[in-house]
Write a protein that binds this ligand. Structure first.
Ligand code: HEM
Length: 305
């Protein structure tokens, strides 16, 4: 049986634990602290409206985005254990949606209590490092909390933010103009495919190489992603963000549109207009799982405000 966490489980206590576990200073994001703000455009496909009436996805708009590396400000781009993130805001006045995605299709905890326990097991001890015995004991009692690290560990290091696949992880209820609602998962696929490095190449890369590569690619031309909706099947586990849907990689998928990143933006633009997963326009509803409910409050803490 999973061990109960020792602290009180609230979104605020989880955010505090995230900061403590990663030595994060105040006034900085509790995770995905390093990143680059960008701007671009969204072009919907003809099929988007079959899936959702949400105007964020069915009409062209400008895009505010942020590519990130998980962890604190000291996380190196080449640290392959760190997830990559891509957050973006689509839509115009009254119809904006924020979609926050990461380079793994699952989260590391099924419930807020399990997330707090995961973080508490990784609290730095007197030597500044977590106690490996505590981490091992928590992992043994909560094996699903290793699914995310297993996914990352099974893949080669990424060579570029522009060549990374990102997942929205949760199951979102999408309603189309006929009033039909089904669950979808967002997947953001780089148009040129995934770009990867060998372990040796990754080790030789400088600390900021993903950020430098992004700027070079944007200066040379547009960076494009297909925004995909993976379609549900009856019985899919929509309440558990630590497991994938059966055969998820081969699901029927509809391309909602194309995200075209056209320029690098000052990071202030993303720091003042923080991305909030609860910001979803009519036609895409909040996912029903417990982790999503905690996120809405956690991001509302406005750590940078
Ligand atoms: C499926 C699970 C999750 C995913 C995919 C995810 C992804 C992300 C991403 C991509 C960012 C960077 C946002 C940006 O670009 O500005 C972020 C930030 C953050 N996340 Fe999550 N996250 C997840 C779960 C959670 C949970 C459960 C909590 C807490 C209860 C949490 C707390 C935070 C906080 C506090 C920030 C910093 C927000 C800010 O100050 O701007 N996350 N997350």
């Amino acid at each position: 049986m999973p061990k109960p966490p020792t602290g009180t489980v609230t979104p605020a206590s989880i955010v505090e634990a995230m900061k403590a576990a990663t030595h994060g200073p105040s006034g900085v994001r509790a995770s995905f602290a390093r990143g680059q703000c960008v701007r671009g455009t969204y072009l919907p496909s003809d099929r988007a409206k079959e899936i959702t009436k949400c105007r964020s996805f069915t009409t062209p708009s400008r895009v505010l985005g942020r590519f990130t590396v998980d962890g604190n400000l000291g996380a190196a781009d080449a640290d392959r254990r760190m997830l990559r993130g891509f957050s973006f805001r689509l839509g115009s006045n009254g119809h904006r949606s924020d979609i926050l995605t990461q380079s793994a299709p699952v989260h590391y905890a099924r419930t807020p209590a399990q997330m707090l326990g995961f973080l508490e097991a990784r609290m730095p001890g007197p030597d500044g490092n977590p106690d490996p015995a505590k981490v091992a004991a928590f992992s043994a009692a909560n094996p699903e909390t290793l699914h995310q690290a297993d996914h990352v560990g099974a893949r080669p290091p990424t060579a570029s933010f522009a060549g990374t696949t990102y997942w929205g992880v949760h199951a979102f209820p999408a309603t189309n103009a006929k009033g039909e609602t089904r669950f979808i998962k967002f997947k953001v696929s780089p148009v040129g495919g995934d770009l990867v490095l060998s372990e040796d190449e990754a080790r030789a890369k400088p600390a900021d190489f993903l950020h430098d590569d992004l700027k070079i690619r944007i200066a040379a031309g547009d960076v494009r992603f297909s925004l995909m909706a993976l379609l549900d099947r009856p019985g899919d586990p929509v309440m558990d963000v630590t497991i994938r849907w059966p055969d998820e990689d081969h699901r029927e998928a509809v391309r909602l549109g194309t995200i075209v990143i056209t320029r690098v933006a000052p990071n202030d633009a993303c720091d003042t207009a923080l991305f909030d997963p609860a910001n979803l326009a009519e036609g895409i509803g909040p996912p029903p799982d417990e982790i999503f409910a905690a996120r809405s409050t956690a991001y509302g803490l406005k750590l940078l405000a």
